[in-house]
Each structure stands twice: as C-alpha cells, then as structure tokens.
Design a protein around this ligand. Structure first.
Ligand SMILES: [Zn+2]
Length: 459
C-alpha cells in the first residue's frame, strides 16, 4: 500500500514537471509569435478560416482609423478577417504588399518565394533586414509581418510555384497577388487562377516604371486574353539587368495592397480590364482600358485548349526565375576563361580588352586598361566608336609581328553581351575595321571578381 502511494506520488511529480515545461514553452511562444512560424517546403492542406462573429475590443482599437471609413466599416473589416491572400514573390512588390495587408487585418497570408535574402535585395525588399541575409525570403517576410500584426495567420512557403503545385496551392486562397518577375510565372499564375476561379491582382516594376492590372475578376480578361503569345525571351528585361529604383516597386506593391483590400472587403476593384501605368520620372499615373475577355482565349474562352497547367518555361522559351540565363552563342575556340585572360595579362601579351557594357555600368566598376564601347554602339556602327576601335587596333598592330591578327578580348558583366559583341566584331573584321582575332571572356567581370580578384566589386 505504502509502496503504491509512493509510486503514484513519483508519477504525479513527473507529470507536473511535464505540464510545467509545456506551460513555459506556451508562454514563450505567446510572447514571441514569430517562433510559431514554420517554413513550408511543399503545399499542404489548410484548415478553413473561421469567420469572426464580431470584432473584439482589441480589433476595434487596432483598426479604428479604417473602421471610421464608410467604404470599409465593421462589415468590411470582418470580411478582411475571413479572407486569405496568396502572395507569389516576397521581393520588391511582395514586401510592401504583405506589410499593408497584414496591417489592415487580412485573415491569412500565404507568402511564397523560392529565393534567399541577398544584400542587393535590401534597397527595395524592405521587410528583410541585414541580419536576414541568407535566410529564406518567405520566412524573413513572415517574421516581419508577424511582428507588425500577430493576429494575422502567416504561412511561409519556401518553394517555386510550378505546374505540379500551383492548382493545389491557389485553390486554398481567396485572392492571388502576382509579385513575380518573369514571364513563365505570370502565365502559370494566371492560368491557375482561371482554372480555380480566383481573382488575380498583378503588378510589375522596372527601372522607373510600374504597371498594375486585375485579371480574371468579375467577367474581365485574363493574362492570356491580353497576351496570347509570350514575348520573345531576349526582349524581356529583369531588374537585375535593367535596374530599378526601390521606391517604384514600393509604390506598385502598395497599389496592389489597395486593390486586394478593396476586393477582400467587398468594395470591389475598378482595375479589371484596365491597365494602370506609373511613370516615376514624370510622377504620373495613366490608365488605359484594355480589351475585354476574349471568347477565343486559350484558357478562359468558350472552347479552352488549356484545361490543365502546362510547361510554362517551354511555352515562353525562358526560365521561371529572375536569375540571369547564360547564353551560348559561340564555339569553344571563340571563348577564353578569366584564368586564361589572367595569364595573358601576366605574360604581358599585346592585346586589346574591349568592355561592351553601357557607360552607367562602367562607372560602377571596370578594369583600368579596358576600352569601353557599348554593345549598342557596335551594333549601330557608331562612327566615332568605330574610329576609336580602329585607332586602338592600329596601335596594337605596330607592337606586333606584321603577319599576326591583333587579339581583341571582349568582356561584359556576365558574358552574354560580350558573346553578341564577338559576333558583331567578327562581321566587321577585315571590312569595317582591320582584321582582328576576337574572343569572348567567358563569365565576364563577375567571373573575374569571383575567381581572380575578390576585391573587384560585384553588382
Ligand atoms: Zn482569357
């Protein structure tokens, strides 16, 4: 009997310790809501959002300034709290968008991004901080959003949207916001929204310009209605090539948040069948009416040929990332590596190094002994540049044995434009300028910075 009492006491003590530990863990999590965030690497089924019957006193206090708006009111706020929004891309557009949707009290935010935070993101992707470098963008964004409003449910997805997962993911959300930056993703997101019957708030930003449209909303057109055929891959510029002033996606992401909130609250968006264009240089918004939903559209038309998701990279002829794609225009003997070029320099072999980047990039960094003639000037046969090139070739010829063709090595940032320049120069060689032996430096200045000179700036 005494033995049994003793044993029960011990068991009880153990259970009490377990309970105490659980209470402690719970208190810690409640104090720090970001600790409950779990990064999803695949699409999992979500429980449905439970609609609130009424606003709590805390809700009333937090949202009081927007509750005062007749356009929103209590019903609009309750509508927001039962809406889920999927944000595709936690970059320059997705950061301000997620921030304002969370601040306004949207019920659930799905934050999707396959990428990690880098230093060159921070000038525009303002939810991420220096300490988040190397971290999944989806998680970094979710943590920032949770700090702002812990009552918003955040689901960070560290994965790439694909034809395999897009339908399952998008069907779990009420509204989708496309903040991606490449053409294949735009078709994928749009088709998945049409097939799931979800409105799509889409924006883009590049250099000093932004655009916004709401697709597949209240009988309006989808992305394919307006762009049935993808643009040629080489005509598409992304932010890492073309540059962007951070505040421009900031403005467009805020604009996306506005339209999402109008749809979610029940007020409705007026951007269906309408393209809003922002010109940051002139500080002006313009709006043009788009053509309506097309009966012959391949996905939302009367007899659709696209009834399931397809291979969008093949359809568009480009990759579904913003990373630079590597061209391969030349044969192996037309290219040298940065290591080869380093040994040419070390051996003081006479040659001409031609940097074909635009002047704005040469101002950022360049090799001191290079001659800068932008690719566009070569393509346009600009006379002052051709003259300069001919002068340098003549100087080089004087330093060399007479029967040799002077070697010209062409460099750019990553080794794509330099290959195009080699092709142009080969056509010019022997006719427009003296005969030259022209080669591309593979991987360009970024390869030089990585493999030869770590002090050379990367951008
Ligand atoms: Zn359509």
């Amino acid at each position: 009997m005494a033995e049994e009492v003793c044993c029960l006491k011990t068991q009880l003590k153990e259970k009490e310790e377990v309970i105490a530990a659980l209470k402690k863990k719970l208190a810690q999590l409640e104090k720090n809501p970001t600790a409950v965030l779990e990064l999803h690497d695949k699409v999992t089924p979500l429980t449905s959002l439970t609609p609130k019957a009424a606003l709590s006193n805390e809700d009333i206090m937090r949202y009081s300034r927007q509750l005062l708006l007749p356009e929103l009111g209590v019903q609009g706020q309750l509508n927001l709290s039962k809406t889920s929004v999927l944000i595709v891309g936690c970059g320059g557009l997705g950061c301000p968008l997620a921030q304002y949707l969370a601040a306004a009290g949207v019920g659930r935010l799905g934050l999707l991004d396959y990428d990690e935070v880098e230093l060159s993101n921070l000038h525009r992707q303002v939810l991420h901080g220096e300490e988040n470098q190397g971290q999944a963008k989806a998680l970094s964004a979710a943590k920032a959003v949770k700090r702002l409003n812990s009552t918003v449910e955040c689901i960070p997805y560290h994965l790439q949207l694909s034809p395999e997962n897009a339908l399952q993911l998008i069907q779990q959300y009420d509204i989708v916001a496309d903040c991606s930056d490449n053409v294949p993703s735009r078709y994928l997101v749009s088709d998945a929204c049409v097939l799931n019957g979800k409105p799509l708030v889409s924006a883009s930003a590049l250099r000093m310009e932004g655009q916004l449209t709401v697709y597949n909303y209240r009988g309006g057109p989808c992305y394919r209605c307006l762009y049935p055929v993808p643009p040629p891959a080489e005509t598409v510029t992304n932010c890492s090539d073309g540059g962007v002033l951070g505040v421009v996606p900031g403005i467009m992401g805020c604009f996306q948040a506005l339209e999402v909130l109008k749809i979610a609250s029940g007020q409705g968006s007026s951007c269906s069948q309408q393209l809003v264009m922002f010109d940051a240089q002139d500080a002006r918004f313009r709006s043009i009416k788009l053509r309506p939903k097309q009966p012959g559209c391949a996905v939302c038309g009367e007899n659709p040929s696209v009834t399931q998701l397809v291979d969008y990279e093949a359809f568009c002829g480009s990759a579904a990332t913003d990373k630079c794609c590597k061209l391969n225009l030349l044969s192996r003997d037309q290219r040298i590596t940065v290591q080869d070029y380093k040994s040419i320099l070390d051996n003081a072999g006479p040659h001409l190094l031609l940097d074909v980047r635009p002047l704005v990039e040469v101002d950022i960094c360049h090799l001191p002994f290079s001659l800068n003639i932008p690719l566009s000037s070569l393509e346009d046969r600009k006379s002052e540049h051709l003259q300069l090139l001919q002068e340098r070739i003549s100087e080089l010829k004087q330093q060399m044995a007479s029967d040799c063709r002077p070697p010209v090595y062409v460099i750019c940032k990553q080794g794509n434009d330099s290959q195009k320049a080699v092709q142009v120069l080969e056509k010019m060689s022997g006719s427009e300028v003296d005969s030259i032996a022209v080669k591309d430096i593979s991987g360009g200045l970024m390869a030089w910075a990585k493999r030869i000179d770590p002090t050379f700036p990367q951008y």
